[in-house]
Design a binder for this molecule. Sequence first.
Ligand code: ADP
Ligand code: RBF
Ligand code: MG
Length: 380
Amino acid sequence: MSRVVVLDLDGTLINTEQLVDEIVGAVILDLDPSLAPSRVHDVLEKVRGTRPLDASRAVARELELPITGEALLERTSPLLNARWGEVRLMPGARRLLTHLDAHGVRYGLATSTPRAYLAAKMASHGDVLENMSCVVTGCAVKRGKPDPEIFTRAREALGGEAEACVVVEDTPVGCEAARRAGMTTVAVPSIRDREAFEPWSDDVIHSLYDLDLERYGLPAFTDRIAVGDGSSDRVLPVPPVVMRGPVVKGFGRGSRVLGIPTANLDVTPLKWEVDSLAPGIYLGWASVRGASHAMVMSIGWNPYFDNAKKTIEPWLLHEFDDDFYGEELSVVVAGYIRPEADFTTLDALVARIRRDADVARVMLTCAPFAETRALLSRNE
Ligand code: ADP
Ligand code: RBF
Ligand code: MG
């Protein structure tokens, strides 16, 4: 059976969710300033993955807005259309598409986005659409996701059986639609409630970096590099990302007592850099006080502590005599080690982080990770 892949667009291949939340959220709060922003956010998360008009109607109803869904959409869509040019590919999206192309795997799009928005949304990434064997939009179906119709249409266009289709989706409604169409469904959640995906998904992964295509009968990625120390650990080279800034105070949980001090960087001015990487644990190099050192870092919410705000936490694999808060730190992120994990004990978390450091020490001596150190040289 030759497998085909059906992809969702927003939140799966392109990063539109923050922009939508920001713009639509502002319009809603303008209409009803008495609403709690957190409630607006929750309602917007619930309708993610549905067609814009379906979403607007549901939001207007649920939040009892003083206007109809149609009128809400009339206000938000010009604001969004003016901003789609900012939209970027999700981390790992380019790698996935290039891999499918190289192996001749056919793939198509099943997106709730109306046809009329597609060109503007994909203006900077036109080649992505060109290589799709089919593009089914929300306009082509009577009922949008969570109805299975859109996936059934994509299957008809691609040819073959539902069992041969592997769907990648970021929302619960999208996964529901794909599952009801009888397809293998892989969730890459763009919302934090991972449990909402479980009834509808074969697997719930953390990001496209963790997609294990072989599990679904597709050709495996071959770009992860084995640590080769008897473990089965592998590191994924990523396009190197440089981040610079003064070291800021973290949560002060006494990581130093654990022997794992992390020199946090402020996420706000580094939003662009942070969005180019999936949340997870990385290796690379860090430079402070004129010298560079091997480094492991976590980018994300630290599930063990369930932080509300994303953090960037580099642990420099070097002994310092004193703190360097406020001093300029540069890091280059070069390889993805693993997703952020939750642990039942603090000891297990610490053991895992120490293992990450061992992985980094080994891998940073060889290509392609060793040479990324040069990207920091301007600072030394
Ligand atoms: P915080 O919660 O404020 O980040 P930590 O316990 O994580 O506190 O300690 C971090 C601080 O420790 C860093 O900001 C830095 O000044 C200092 N530090 C000392 N050695 C290191 C190291 N090897 N890697 C990272 N930070 C270090
Ligand atoms: N926190 C988590 O909750 N889960 C993780 O998997 C995790 N991995 C980490 C890996 C590295 C290399 C580093 C430096 C930190 C990691 N953390 C993780 C963050 C850790 O919880 C944080 O530094 C705390 O503040 C430690 O007290
Ligand atoms: Mg810290």
